[in-house]
Design a protein around this ligand. Structure first.
Ligand code: FPP
Ligand code: MG
Length: 323
């Protein structure tokens, strides 16, 4: 059994129930929205976020109907944000498949994203839990805030490590944090448990984004071309660290490359090598393991169980996954 299948084991039946209900939630009489919904459901990834909220609910005492509704709500919001993100980035592929905007064009993609976001709000209200509705509204504004912050800082300029962490906390970690908090809230966890699991989720989300940013330096098998961030002039932690160690003339040369509209393959490799040689990837990797350990520390308050073990494994899986 592979790692993610092992992690899913304690909640496998609930995950199936969740999937059935997710598909039902999207059925409509509008044939275009139906096609779009079927398309996004058939091209989904590893289900990292629903697995997280279900495991958390289980570790806090048990999955309830409110857990299922809240998990669907946050997954729909996540899908909507990716559809909008691909429109904004003019991305034609996601996970090695044509993006929604490539299949249905921009206007339908934007409206389809709006539809899924509205369904997310409907499901949140179905949880009959005001705290869950609060989490969903908070994560929606954090995502938009993070994206705008990234846009405002994406003029190929140096940003500080603090700004980098602020961006990834909002655009990625807030979603993982809310998944965990929704799981805990839906299982009537104590405030202390909710807080610990929220920190667990935030730390996991930061690991997830660091892993993604490190992938840009090596793998060509993550559903997107390697060197993509560098091509877009997007500065992530490995390059930011390398730049902080660079001489003025090195910096000048690197920025002349980063600001180019179309980098050649050789120039992308040059940037990648520079960042690796200056210890940027090593530094980002070290940070990633620090956040993994921080995530695992939050679980010390929970009694030993198969579900707690799965949450510990989940933390390591996020950083050791190969795509
Ligand atoms: C992927 O980022 C996208 C996000 C992390 C969030 C996008 C959020 C919005 C567009 C705001 C819209 C919000 C709602 C609530 C609908 P990426 O481009 O770094 O990664 P990628 O390689 O997966 O595209
Ligand atoms: Mg994108």
């Amino acid at each position: 059994m592979n790692k993610i299948d092992e992690i899913k084991q304690p909640i496998i039946a609930d995950l199936l129930a969740y999937e059935k209900e997710l598909a039902l939630a999207l059925q409509t009489e509008n044939p275009i929205l139906n096609q779009l919904s079927n398309y996004v459901l058939s091209t989904r990834g590893k289900q990292m976020r629903p697995i997280l909220s279900l495991l958390v609910a289980q570790v806090c005492g048990g999955i309830t109907e409110s857990t299922i509704q809240g998990t669907i709500a946050i997954e729909l919001l996540h899908i909507a944000s990716l559809i909008h993100d691909d429109v904004l980035d003019s991305a034609l592929e996601r996970r090695n498949k044509p993006s929604v905007n490539a299949v249905f064009e921009n206007k339908i993609a934007v409206l389809g994203g709006d539809y899924l976001l509205s369904k997310a709000l409907f499901k949140a209200s179905n949880s009959r839990n005001l705290d869950i509705i609060f989490e969903i509204s908070k994560v929606g504004s954090n995502l938009a805030d993070g994206e705008i912050l990234q846009l405002a800082n994406s003029k190929k300029q140096f940003i500080t490590e603090d700004i980098y962490f602020d961006i990834i906390s909002k655009k990625t970690a807030s979603l993982f944090s809310s998944c965990a908090r929704i799981g805990a809230l839906s299982a009537n966890a104590t405030n202390h448990e909710i807080d610990c699991l929220g920190i667990y989720g935030t730390s996991i989300g930061i690991c997830f984004q660091l892993r993604d940013d490190i992938f840009d330096y090596f793998s060509d098998d993550v559903g997107k071309p390697t060197g993509n961030d560098l091509r877009e002039g997007k500065l992530t932690l490995p390059m930011l660290f390398a730049l902080s160690k660079a001489t003025n003339s090195e910096k000048e040369y690197l920025f002349s490359l980063l600001r180019k509209a179309d980098l050649t393959e050789k120039e992308v490799q040059e940037l990648q090598q520079f960042s690796i040689q200056k210890g940027g990837v090593e530094y980002a990797t070290k940070k990633m393991y620090e956040y993994r350990d921080k995530a695992i520390r939050q679980l010390q308050y929970f009694a030993t169980s198969a579900t707690k073990n799965a949450l510990m494994e989940y933390a390591t899986y996020v950083i050791e996954r190969n795509k």
